[in-house]
Design a protein around this ligand. Structure first.
Ligand code: NAG
Ligand code: NAG
Ligand code: NAG
Ligand code: NAG
Ligand code: NAG
Ligand code: NAG
Ligand code: NAG
Ligand code: NAG
Length: 893
């Protein structure tokens, strides 16, 4: 692992901008040369983790020296930058300015670097020879690229894990859930980490037969430390969500007593199902007991735990304990084969591998997590690589006394990762236990850290996306939710893997998590994640070396000072309403996430953050961007809207006002969402590089200018346009052809007709029309879009009938809302054969179910909201046979 870290450091140093290094350039050049030659064999050495002790010590030493070098360079850059700011001309940075008072610093820096270089140099030649003669092959990231594409096409990718043996176990739990016992009944599922408790609970909980019989359901993940009030709040939210009801208005501010009262009232005489996942102590059960009264209506509680005393604890009512058995030899083998040999004839193990494979599976000790991870690892290997592993495996605890058998297996999977993926994987452990990690956030963090390799013909974002997919293939991350094309949207890290990753992180000074308890005194790692805090967070030793500072706790109110070299500052949802000036001097900062904080304003000095790539200020109180924003020449993602209402309303979010200087940002790819004015619309045409563009406050009179601007944005994939108000018309006909790769289009405003360029949206996968109030029938135009997967029509058409008579072959999600005249929907046979989800809301004239709904054989969910009494009666009466094939149908208020 240390070698992977050294590589990363080297890459970061190598990418330092040379023009800034006047006066220290020679020393740094020498260092770069040395590092380059070292890097080439460090990469080779990377997978060979069975290094000898001396080897390990050597690599660790190199790591520390390179850390030192990085510190010196970053500190130097910081110094030079702040000098120039004082001189009042920070934007001249790319032309280096010569300041006499910097001479001394430059000289000093050069000396320090030479010294480090000497140390590294003295150690290398001899090693180099050795490595040259003993090259080993590891997984390279190029293989990763290829593989991901291959697998994305195989069905293996999309299938959810049907764990071996789960059917019988599920049946026995289901029987307990649905039996005739009137009293509240607790079913404890107990087993060790990685034994599949949560999978079993989830598999039962998500079963439609189960959900149908309960009035309301909630799934709460507890994990090791929890806040009781948060849990009660989540319970209330989940219950409401399960019945598609709005949360009580004052939920956020309720105190403990009120929360309990709300729950008790809500649950009275309701048959409820609760899953308490991963309970660690009996205190929680004591505390939560009063909220979960028994109304003798066959309510059920499932709890999963690693601890027997928790499992045996009596909440009252009836009690059953389900011990998760380790997988039987046969089951373990089947699971392994499913993962490892899915592409082999009959999915079975080739004869010549059998004995070794069996040996491997035996080591997994019947734990599904270990078996699945190992199986996925072996899936990627060919015969000769199997043999290599066979010969290299250091099973015996002597090699790694710290680890148990199962951890050894997980370590094997970790070691097999290409070095970029090692960083990415370790990074995930900085998120709190059980945190659902958003794909978008994660890959931006990876990119800002410099983990993502440039690959010819792909954007960094695409490469990062593939890293994520690869980690999920390997079962190192679990997918919580996928988008309409099967790509991961949210992921989670299994506890056991997270513990492992954290232990590696700490050992390698890669990163560390602050979990509350004692006051923070010192941290040696380069990255810190604050998960828990007690009171205020004070400055502590080691802060000056931090490159990443992540906060996952609402209660953080102030930022401790002393980190000058941060690359990443992520304060999402922290209760911060002011940032210290220090933040705006962070010359190295690449990623600044202030989403959900209480900030009201950004200072002009934000312009000093010369290296900033991502700025996220979604859902803050900020309304206007400062002028300094125009100086952020490296900015790529600027994300800044604020939700203000429900998505059925015309104006449900607010965009940001920005100085027109913003158009000078030549590296900006995502601009979302900006408030238009006449000037801006004209000037924005020079931003031809944009891939995501969202603009509001557009007027009909802007047609020409807006269209010229969009015409120039040939790389656009996402486009959102919103007009000033409900009465304003959106005119887009001046556009001669739309951006060729447009994937998602949202038009919010009155349309006289659909623009003539509509038929050429060949790549469009998602279309949303809000408040268009078209008078012509819009469906023939939309039916012609060959790749459309999602369609939302909100108050888009004033006609009486929607007739789907052709096309829509790839459509999976359709939402029809607020059609005031609509009284008939007709769907012909073989139209939208892949529709999975259908929502119809606020269409009061609609009195019957869509004609032809019975042809939609893949429809999984039907939502009807604010519908007429007649339609409601149809559903339960004459039309029932037409909808009874739909697994989930909800009628909401
Ligand atoms: C695959 O299974 C079928 C039926 O179970 C069997 O006839 C066939 O011989 C098997 N093929 C191999 C390569 O094992
Ligand atoms: C196995 O895969 C490795 C790496 O992709 C490759 O270098 C090697 O040639 C392959 N061996 C065989 C026997 O296919
Ligand atoms: C935030 O920190 C407090 C204090 O340690 C802790 O009680 C709370 O659970 C933390 N919140 C989260 C979401 O972890
Ligand atoms: C931040 O808070 C919002 C609103 O409460 C929530 O939806 C979101 O998931 C939170 N983000 C994280 C990373 O927890
Ligand atoms: C744009 O930026 C330049 C320099 O950064 C500044 O002089 C100018 O006043 C700015 N213009 C506007 C309209 O903000
Ligand atoms: C575009 O609009 C859709 C629908 O309102 C919204 O979900 C999405 O977040 C918007 N995208 C951007 C980049 O503003
Ligand atoms: C943008 O479009 C206009 C008119 O279509 C054209 O004259 C101009 O060269 C384009 N600008 C760029 C930067 O491509
Ligand atoms: C529920 C809802 O938002 N209804 C709106 C639908 O559209 C009409 C007219 O276009 C509005 O008046 C309603 O308020």
């Amino acid at each position: 692992m240390a070698t992977a870290i050294v590589n990363l450091l080297i890459n970061n140093i190598l990418s330092t901008e040379a023009s800034l290094l006047w006066g220290v350039g020679d020393a740094i050049d020498d260092l770069k040369d040395e590092l380059r030659s070292m890097q080439s064999f460090l990469i080779d050495a990377n997978t060979k983790e069975a290094e000898s002790e001396t080897e390990k010590t050597w690599v660790a030493n190199v790591r520390d020296r390179v850390y030192d070098a990085e510190d010196i360079i970053d500190e130097f850059m910081y110094h030079i930058n702040s000098q120039q700011i004082q001189e009042g001309c920070s934007w001249i940075l790319h032309h280096t300015i010569y300041f006499p008072k910097n001479l001394w610093v430059r000289h000093q820096t050069a000396t320090k670097i030479r010294k480090i270089n000497g140390i590294i140099k003295g150690d290398i030649p001899e090693r180099k020879q050795r490595y040259d003669s003993d090259r080993t092959k590891g997984t390279s990231s190029k293989d990763t690229q290829k593989r991901v594409v291959q697998h994305a096409e195989s069905s293996h990718f999309f299938k959810e894990d049907e764990l071996v043996g789960i059917k019988e176990k599920r049946q026995s739990i289901m029987t307990l859930l649905m039996d005739e016992e009137l009293h509240q009944t607790v079913i404890s599922i107990v087993g060790m980490a990685g034994s599949g408790k949560t999978t079993l609970a989830a598999n039962t909980y998500n079963n439609d037969d189960v959900k149908k019989v309960f009035d309301c359901c909630a799934w709460i993940t507890i994990s090791q430390s929890y806040e009781l009030e948060d849990i009660l709040r989540s319970l209330i939210e989940e219950f409401h969500e399960s019945r598609k009801e709005k949360n009580p208005a004052n939920l956020e501010t309720m105190n403990y007593r009120l929360l309990v009262k709300t729950l008790v009232n809500y649950l009275e005489n309701k048959r409820y199902l609760i899953v308490l996942d991963d309970v660690w102590d009996t205190n929680l059960l004591d505390e939560i007991k009063v909220s979960l009264q028994d109304s003798c209506v066959r309510s059920r509680i499932i709890l999963t735990t690693r601890k027997e005393d928790v499992a045996c604890y009596h909440l009252g009512g009836k009690h059953h304990i389900h011990y998760i058995q380790k997988l039987q030899k046969r089951e373990a083998w089947d699971l392994f084969c499913k993962k490892a040999f899915i592409n082999c004839p009959n999915g079975s193990c080739p004869l010549e591998l059998k004995s070794f494979a069996k040996e491997l599976v035996r080591k997994c000790d019947g734990l599904p997590l270990a078996i699945a991870t190992l199986g996925s690892l072996m899936y990627f290997k060919n015969m000769s690589q199997w043999n290599e592993i066979k010969n290299n495996v250091n099973w015996s605890p002597i090699n790694n006394p710290r680890l148990e058998g199962v951890e050894n297996i997980l370590m094997l999977s970790f070691n097999d990762l290409p070095y970029q993926l090692k960083h990415c994987f370790l990074y995930c452990s900085l998120f709190p236990e059980d945190h659902e990690i958003q794909r978008k956030r994660l890959i931006k963090l990876w990119m800002a850290e410099g983990f993502v390799e440039q690959v010819k013909g792909s954007t960094l974002e695409e490469v990062a996306d593939n890293y994520l997919v690869e980690l999920t293939f390997r079962n190192m991350l679990q997918v919580v939710e996928r988008n309409e094309f099967g790509r991961p949207k949210r992921c989670k890290m299994h506890d056991l893997l997270r513990e492992l990753a954290l232990s590696v992180s700490v050992k390698e000074k890669f990163g560390s998590v602050h979990d509350g308890g004692e006051e923070m005194k010192e941290c040696k790692a380069r990255r810190i994640s604050i998960n828990k805090i007690d009171g205020e967070l004070k400055s502590f030793m080691g802060m000056s070396k931090f490159r990443s500072f992540l906060v996952f706790n609402k209660s953080l109110k102030t930022l401790p000072s002393g980190s000058k070299m941060l690359r990443i500052l992520d304060l999402e949802n922290a209760s911060i309403n002011e940032l210290p000036d220090e933040v705006f001097k962070l010359f190295n900062l690449r990623y600044l996430n202030l989403r959900g904080t209480l900030l009201k304003k950004l200072p002009n000095s934000i312009g000093r953050l010369f290296n900033l790539q991502t700025l996220d200020i979604v859902n803050t109180q900020i309304e206007t961007l400062p002028r300094g924003i125009g100086q952020l020449q490296n900015l790529q993602y600027l994300i800044m809207y604020r939700y203000t209402g429900f998505s059925i309303d015309f104006s449900y979010y607010k965009a940001m006002q920005a100085p027109s200087n913003i158009t000078r940002l030549k590296n900006l790819q995502a601009l979302s969402s900006i408030e238009a004015n006449d000037d801006l619309i004209r000037q924005i045409r020079c931003m031809t590089q944009l891939t995501t563009f969202s603009i509001s406050n557009v007027k009909a009179a802007n047609e020409m200018d807006l269209c010229i601007s969009i015409q120039n944005m040939t790389r656009l994939r996402v486009l959102n346009i919103t007009v000033t108000n409900e009465e304003e018309t959106l005119r887009m006909d001046a556009l001669s052809s739309p951006p060729p790769n447009l994937r998602r289009l949202t038009l919010n405003g009155k349309l006289e007709k659909l623009p003539q360029w509509f038929h050429s949206l060949r790549s469009l996968t998602s279309l949303q029309l809000y408040w268009s109030r078209l008078e012509e029938d819009l469906l023939p135009h939309i039916a012609a879009l060959p790749n459309l997967g999602r369609l939302t029509l909100t108050n888009a058409y004033v006609g009486k009938q929607l007739y789907f008579n052709i096309g829509f072959h790839k459509l999976t999600r359709l939402r029809i809302r607020n059609f005031s005249q609509l009284n008939e929907i007709i769907i012909e046979k073989e139209v939208m054969p892949n529709l999975k989800s259908l929502y119809i809301g606020s269409c009061m004239e609609l009195k019957t179910v869509p004609k032809g709904i019975q042809y939609l054989q893949n429809l999984q969910e039907l939502y009807l909201q604010s519908i007429s009494v007649e339609l409601r009666m149809c559903i339960f009466g004459v039309d029932f046979p037409k909808v009874q094939h739909i697994p989930k149908a909800y009628i909401l208020k």
